[in-house]
Design a protein around this ligand. Structure first.
Ligand code: PLP
Length: 387
């Protein structure tokens, strides 16, 4: 008998959705204003307030947010942007679509975040920006990264897809760089189905990304069909179609109200996992650094075949058999054929990320999980390791 039957499979990353979101979406449908409108404006204001008084622009994904941010920086073909090899392909693809060349700097094996010493080694006279990713919700070494940015005159775009609640020395992730980019994909800490947000210090930067993200049409073009009467617009860039819909914002407004409650729940689950796994033959996440808040987005175990007796893919398979969904965040970027062929990236150039990518497995950590779900995950891991 598996821990959970097939029809009771515990889906990895299932979102917690409550009645308020459902009612707000229905209300949007009834008003007929489905596209970008007043709810998007409210979600932007709420989000800016949450991260601490910044300006915000909602878009339809974090991938779009990253792309728009890099375009808004005015980077040119051949410009190099340094990022981490332990990330989702979207971080790297955004750099490529902005016309730039991605350059990888290996991670610190303990924090699993990009290592400023490795960044320094990769800086050339073509380097223009750094794109750090706050992996799993743990803040990067922002003092180290911003010091390099100052020293070499580099821009910084923070990939905060995992890091809505993350703080570093009292400041929210995303408020250090020129732009901070967040994701509201289904599995993320706040979800809108699909969705993203860009934050910036400077209101003019946010106005610019809003124009770029809506076809390059001049300011407030989303209002052109409103009750204020038709407004002409001028196209000032060859822009993109990256705007968020009110239906998405309707979900986000209520999700964001509960962001701290959900965080508390994920902390409980995290602590339960840490306690349960500390005596098992697996690696567990390092404690958070003093003066930081880890957003508890991903709970990852490290499965070293020599130490654990099985490899990561075997554990994945056994957990699936036990009715538990798990994830892999991430196979290191240089493992993928496209990047190998285009950039000639070699696995030995970023050894820590490659080793971590082959050993890491993410367990369910949604605020939706019940105590029973959490107990089932622990039981399934234990059985799988003993098998
Ligand atoms: C999810 C994710 C993205 C992309 O977010 P979308 O909203 O799905 O586009 C980018 N970077 C990282 C690290 C992610 O986890």
């Amino acid at each position: 008998m598996p821990v959970r039957s097939k029809d009771n499979f515990l889906v990895f990353g299932a979102p917690r959705i409550e009645q308020d979101e459902i009612d707000e979406v229905v209300a949007s449908m009834k008003t007929g204003w489905l596209g970008t409108g007043p709810k998007v404006a409210r979600f932007e204001a709420d989000f800016a307030a949450y991260v601490g008084g910044r300006h915000a622009a909602a878009c339809n994904s974090c991938t779009a947010a990253l792309h728009l941010s890099l375009v808004a920086l005015g980077l040119k073909p051949g410009d190099e942007v340094i990022t981490t090899p332990l990330t989702f392909c979207a971080s790297v693809n955004a750099i490529i679509h902005a016309g730039c060349t991605p350059v990888l700097a290996d991670v610190d094996p303990v924090t699993q975040n990009i290592d400023p010493d490795r960044i320094r080694e990769k800086i050339t006279d073509r380097t223009r920006a750094i794109l750090p990713v706050h992996f799993a919700g743990r803040p990067c070494d922002m003092d180290g990264i911003m010091a390099l940015a100052d020293e070499f005159g580099l821009k910084v775009v923070e990939d905060c897809a995992h890091a809505i609640e993350t703080t570093y020395k009292g400041r929210h992730a995303g408020t250090f760089g020129d732009f901070g980019c967040f994701s509201f994909y289904v599995t993320k800490n706040v979800c809108t189905g699909e969705g993203g947000m860009i934050i910036a210090h400077d209101e003019a930067d946010i106005k610019n990304v809003k124009i770029l993200g809506l076809h390059g049409m001049s300011a407030d073009a989303w209002k052109r069909f409103s009750d204020e009467g038709y407004k002409h617009y001028a196209v000032v860039h060859a822009g993109f179609k990256y705007n968020m819909m009110d239906i998405q914002a309707a979900i986000g407004i209520h999700q964001l109200k509960r962001v701290e409650d959900y965080f508390v729940r994920r902390c409980e689950i995290w602590d339960t996992y840490q306690e349960a796994f500390k005596d098992m033959a697996v690696g567990t996440p390092a404690p958070e650094e003093p003066g930081t808040r880890h957003a508890r987005h991903l709970y990852t175990l490290m499965v070293d075949p020599v130490y654990s007796g099985i490899d990561r893919d075997q554990l994945l398979m056994r957990l699936t058999k036990e009715g538990i969904g798990a994830g892999v965040h991430y196979l290191a970027v240089p493992e993928h054929p496209y990047y190998q062929e285009r950039f000639g990236w070699k696995l030995e150039d970023t050894p820590h990320a490659v080793a971590l990518g082959r050993q890491t497995i993410s367990l369910p950590l949604s605020a939706k999980l019940t105590d029973e779900d959490v107990a089932d995950v622990i039981k399934a891991v234990k059985l799988s390791l003993e098998d």
